[in-house]
Design a protein around this ligand. Structure first.
Ligand code: NAD
Ligand code: ZN
Length: 391
């Protein structure tokens, strides 16, 4: 099959590789009909995540048709149409049973390596390095999906792929970001980053009753989607004015009730190479750059909530923690507990509450993907989301 492979920092190529096989009786093989590139893939592309190996198959946002199932799979059969959550969870451990699916203790065979490097480990992820389990990703024609009775949800309607594909990551991620922000009816919510995660966060914040959502970014096409499709008030952080002051002005001087960081590590622009030592060094390094997280702590009203869907690694940030303490701030963050949200959000799509395809700017074949990674990283060509038909 054809697959998009990571070949080193800044280097992505399409290769012919072996088709995946059932390795465990709980596996399914999926023939992928649509897949996408995520902001999280940029952390791999830019070399922020250690333990990538040359030839690793990228991609964690995908859907398709069940091609084959292992002998113990009960819920799926050949021919079923499914969306796959990007986190892999066993469904049976202490954490899965507590709905903390992204903390699953059984899906990541390399959890001990992550524990050694960072002092923590999470669930496995598709296409996301060996410390996250080393599973091949979904920017390919086929993928092996472990715990096939636990993660995939069946799509039994005739909605086109583009309307359900983003249940694989960015819609649930934006939704959990809004849930974690403790939004009460009429609240003012600030969202840093109007990328795909930020846009779904804004849409979800309104679904959960926010009165005003303020989107912060610098790309006009992203701010336009935030404003015109999602209904947000927009701030361009590159205009030289203070974001913190602008947010106070937009929230009666007190600061937003909730501040959401849908940017993550990108805000640092740290230049690191993909070697263990350098990444480790960079992740341990303190920086005094004004990060989104620092602005969120400065801006949020006393007793307000900060929600962080943006991805961070190690101890990169010099965070103004004293201010967070002094203001009695609540903070929630982490990898999305995908499995909790797929079904309820599918119902919202079926009921027409949202058309998740609103942000797609590029539709490409698999051969164009290496070029797309460059465009995606540099945010050129008015790119807001790239969808791939691997056939
Ligand atoms: P993206 O790179 O397309 O979007 C990030 C946006 O942030 C860009 O539009 C950029 O202009 C903006 N930005 C950069 N610096 C900023 C600043 N100082 N102030 C305001 N905006 C700024 O990525 P995405 O796909 O939207 O993903 C966003 C983040 O969410 C990434 O860190 C990604 O890894 C993370 N993510 C997390 C999960 C999870 O499970 N928690 C899942 C998916 C993605
Ligand atoms: Zn993603």
């Amino acid at each position: 099959m054809k697959a998009v492979c990571w070949m080193g920092t800044g280097k992505v190529e399409v290769h012919n590789v072996d088709d995946p096989k059932i390795l465990n009786p709980q596996d399914a093989i999926i023939k992928i009909t649509r897949t996408a590139i995520c902001g999280s893939d940029l952390h791999l592309y830019d070399g922020y995540i250690p333990s990538m190996e040359s030839g690793d198959i990228l991609g964690h946002e995908f859907m398709g048709i069940v091609e084959e199932v292992g002998s113990e799979v009960k819920k799926l059969k050949r021919g079923d149409r499914v969306v796959i959550p990007f986190t892999i969870a066993c469904g049976n451990c202490f954490f899965c049973k507590k709905d903390l699916w992204s903390c699953c203790d059984n899906s990541n065979p390399n959890a001990h390596v992550a524990e050694e490097m960072y002092g923590y480990s999470g669930s496995a992820l598709f296409g996301y390095s060996h410390i996250y389990g080393g599973y091949a990703g979904g920017q390919a024609q086929y993928a092996r999906v472990p715990f096939a009775d636990v993660g995939p949800i069946k799509i039994e309607n005739d909605l086109p792929d583009e309307k359900v594909l983003f249940l694989s990551d960015i819609f649930p991620t934006g939704y959990q970001a809004a849930v974690n922000a403790n939004i009460e009816p009429g609240d003012t919510v600030a969202v840093w980053g109007a990328g795909p995660v930020g846009l779904f966060t804004i849409a979800s914040a309104y679904m959960l009753g926010a009165g005003k959502v303020i989107a912060i970014d610098r790309f006009p096409e992203r701010l336009a989607l935030a404003r015109d499709y999602c209904g947000a008030t927009t701030l361009d952080y590159s205009d030289g004015k203070s974001v913190v002051e602008a947010l106070r002005d937009l929230s009666f001087g007190a600061g937003p009730d909730s501040c959401i960081d849908a940017v993550g590590m990108e805000a640092h622009g740290t230049d690191v190479a993909a070697t263990y030592d350098k990444v480790k060094q960079a992740l341990m390094m303190e920086t005094d750059r004004p990060t989104v997280l620092r602005q969120a702590i400065q801006s949020v009203r006393k007793g307000g909530t900060i929600s962080i869907p943006g991805v961070y690694g190690g101890t990169l940030d010099k965070v103004n923690f004293g201010a967070a303490f002094g203001k009695g701030v609540i903070m929630k963050m982490g990898q999305t507990n995908m499995h909790s949200y797929l079904q309820p959000l599918l119902e919202r799509v079926e009921q027409g509450q949202i058309d998740p395809s609103f942000l797609i700017s590029h539709r490409v074949g698999i051969e164009q993907v290496p070029e797309m990674y460059k465009i995606w990283r540099d945010k050129k060509d008015n790119v807001t989301k790239i969808v791939i038909d691997p056939w």
